[in-house]
Design a protein around this ligand. Structure first.
Ligand SMILES: NC(=O)c1ccc[n+]([C@@H]2O[C@H](COP(=O)([O-])OP(=O)(O)OC[C@H]3O[C@@H](n4cnc5c(N)ncnc54)[C@H](O)[C@@H]3O)[C@@H](O)[C@H]2O)c1
Ligand SMILES: [Zn+2]
Length: 381
């Protein structure tokens, strides 16, 4: 997996290839880029009031007038990522005269992208979609790969579709207005791409994390582009998550358990992933003898993206039970993505529960020690 400086990143999908364009200031050219896709009977921009206040009026001023687009704003709280919002949006589209040749443009974070993506997949059995992601998570993760969907009261992302966009427009300048916590937590997914395959990205992050945290434009654009290239590589090889795509879940077995036991209220997803990646690094050391130096580098870099909400006050057994209940668990076996070496990962579904319990029991104390991580001992739990 190699990073790339090229402006357009191509993604393969069963419904046709599409491009992810990533460039500072791209929003100013959004209308032109969308016009290159062809003629549409009508264009509908869908966003949230919060996102549109933050970025829409400034960066996307031209988009509406250039495309004679109609505007639709809806709540992008995670609690509103549900079927009734999809119903509201699609009914509004009917009233606005949207037909099979219409285009939906989703402007926002992962919630907007997932909801509008699913609306595009199901409205009249599918209308064209362009993603304009405005958070770190959306730019490096959710807008690329075609996964769309909404939550049910019974669980997250339980209703959805694989529905690739026609184009993804990534403008890192959008991130200027992102609240600090959203920004920092999104960087956990960027670190993930370094761990799972792009060691150059990982080293770049180690050397430039200070500048990235202060949103220094060039460094930020570079890591966003490398992350998109990494995601594009993986989803192009395995669109529907039957193999390689699982490596994107590095740190996520732990993260999903942390999110679920705290009822999705304590952590931003990236914060849970940050804890999860540190635990996965420790588990890699337990199970695969990952070199201590690699484990230490992962933990040190994750720590530098900032303080995380505390580890939850629940027993390791309860966390393990949450892992077993995860929808990604197959045949009752908990699956972990582990890294034998930095840049090399694969899925394991035969990790002895006592090893995972050991990490859950001793890992948080270890990770909270303020001393630099220089040596690791196995816990033999
Ligand atoms: N489809 C996928 O492959 C995939 C991958 C990862 C995450 N997701 C989903 O994405 C969602 C999380 O997405 P997210 O982390 O982007 O959060 P989000 O969409 O909830 O956005 C976070 C907050 O930032 C605000 N915001 C967005 N852009 C802004 C900007 N530029 N300036 C100021 N404020 C801005 C939003 O209004 C919101 O309040 C979850 O629902 C998750 O399930 C999907
Ligand atoms: Zn994630």
């Amino acid at each position: 997996m190699k990073s790339t400086e090229s402006h357009a990143i191509r993604v393969r999908s069963s419904a046709g290839d599409y491009c992810v364009l990533c460039e500072r200031g791209l929003a100013q050219k959004a209308g032109q880029e969308i016009a290159k896709l062809g003629d549409f009977s009508s264009v509908h921009i869908l966003s949230s009031p919060k996102v549109w206040r933050a970025v829409g009026q400034r960066a996307l001023r031209g988009l509406r007038s250039q495309l004679a687009a109609k505007m639709h704003l809806f709540d992008d709280a995670e609690a509103a990522k549900n079927l009734s919002t999809v119903e509201k949006i699609t009914r509004e589209l009917v009233r606005a005269g949207a037909d099979r040749k219409s285009l939906l443009v989703a402007v926002g974070g992962g919630v907007v992208g997932d909801v509008v993506g699913f609306a595009a997949a199901s409205y009249l059995r599918g209308v064209a979609l362009v993603q304009v992601p405005t958070t770190v998570v959306a730019q490096v993760d959710s807008a690329v790969g075609g996964k769309t969907g909404v939550n049910l009261p019974e669980g997250k992302n339980l209703v959805g579709a694989f529905y690739p966009p026609r184009l993804v427009l990534v403008d890192p300048e959008f991130l200027e207005t992102l609240p600090e916590r959203e920004f920092r937590s999104g960087l956990a997914e960027v670190i993930k791409y370094g761990v799972i395959g792009d060691t150059e990205l990982f080293a770049f992050l180690e050397q430039n994390i200070g500048g990235i945290l202060s949103r220094e434009a060039e460094a930020l654009e570079h890591v966003i582009r490398c992350s998109i290239a990494a995601k594009a590589y993986v989803v192009s090889a395995d669109e529907k998550e039957s193999g390689l795509r699982e490596i994107l879940n590095y740190g996520h077995t732990f993260a999903h358990a942390l999110e679920s036991v705290t009822r999705y209220r304590k952590y931003r997803h990236g914060e849970a992933v940050a804890w999860g990646m540190m635990c996965a690094a420790l588990l890699g050391h337990e199970v695969l003898d990952t070199p201590a130096d690699d484990v230490a580098r992962i933990i040190a870099l994750v720590r530098r993206i900032g303080p995380l909400p505390a580890w939850p006050d629940v027993t390791p057994r309860k966390l393990l039970a949450a892992m077993r209940a995860d929808k990604k668990t197959k045949f009752g076996k908990v699956r972990f993505v582990l890294s034998a070496r930095l840049g090399q990962v694969r899925t394991y579904d035969d990790v002895a529960p006592k090893k995972a319990l050991c990490v859950l029991r001793f890992g948080p104390q270890f990770l909270l020690r303020s001393a630099p991580v220089t040596a690791l001992e196995k816990c033999h739990g």
